[in-house]
Design a binder for this molecule. Structure first.
Ligand code: FPP
Length: 248
């Protein structure tokens, strides 16, 4: 049987894949364990996905690691997630460098403890010239906050005379978002059988193809990533046009 990976047309890869990693808590509960064990086990899935995307030649991978709304979770879980984030980044830095991965972080950094922002700044600086996969971690991220913040900064620039209000359009608005250096994702994957966007990249996913997987995040492996890409490659992306226009 053909391997799933061989069914992928590498000349038509999504340039940017975004993932809502969901189901860690349920995965742990199914095993009678604490939710935190689910998050810890999710790291294997992160590693596999980053490796799989990099090997294929995907240029950008955005992982939704912690939303602004996640600050409402029990303090013990928040602290465990933060320390998991730092220990993973620490233990994976060498591998990121070896695999030419560039790390970026998007989110509201003001809410993050100093030891996290310092570590993130260090690793983003070390990897900034890497030219392979760009791994974007969405941390303390919320799309409505991102959009409102962009609107505020545009207003400030209009008031100060830096820009003219007549120049505000979609392209210009995008340049005020945290993702200004990154193309919009062509493919968004959400795991765990939930059909929601959960305040993730609302502006950027206007024309993104959505793929929902029943797999709980800690079980997600390269083959699940390949399945999503294969499904994406079967779709016709029309961007509002008709099928006839696309196939002209
Ligand atoms: C959602 O599952 C998952 C999270 C809120 C955390 C995901 C974070 C990681 C796997 C760590 C990532 C680390 C790096 C360095 C990228 P859930 O807890 O909402 O699961 P549930 O819906 O089953 O309760």
């Amino acid at each position: 049987m053909t391997e799933l990976k061989d069914q992928i047309d590498t000349s038509r890869l999504p340039c940017h894949i975004a993932i809502i990693m969901d189901g860690n808590g349920r995965w742990a509960r199914e095993r009678g364990s604490h939710r935190i064990f689910g998050h810890q086990s999710g790291i294997t899935a992160v590693r596999e996905t980053v490796e799989g995307a990099g090997e294929l030649g995907v240029k950008y991978l955005t992982l939704y690691a912690f939303s602004k709304e996640n600050w409402c979770r029990p303090q013990e879980e928040i602290e465990a997630l933060m320390s998991l984030m730092v220990s993973t980044i620490n233990s994976e830095t060498e591998t990121l460098i070896k695999n030419n991965v560039r790390l970026l972080v998007i989110g509201d950094m003001h809410n993050l403890p100093d030891y996290i922002t310092a570590k993130l700044a260090e690793v983003t600086a070390i990897t900034r010239n890497n030219s392979g996969l760009t791994l974007i971690i969405a941390l303390s991220y919320g799309a409505r906050w991102e959009i409102a913040d962009a609107a505020k900064r545009i207003a400030e620039d209009v008031v100060s005379g830096k820009i003219d209000k007549s120049k505000i359009n979609e392209t210009m608005f995008s340049e005020y978002l945290l993702t200004r250096f990154v193309p919009d994702p062509e493919l968004l994957i959400r795991t765990s059988g939930e059909y929601r966007i959960s305040n993730f990249l609302l502006w950027q996913i206007a024309y993104t193809e959505l793929f929902f997987s029943d797999t709980l995040w800690p079980d997600f492996r390269k083959n699940h990533l390949y399945e999503a890409i294969i499904d994406y490659q079967k779709r016709e992306r029309r961007f509002g046009k008709t099928s006839e226009q696309i196939n002209l």
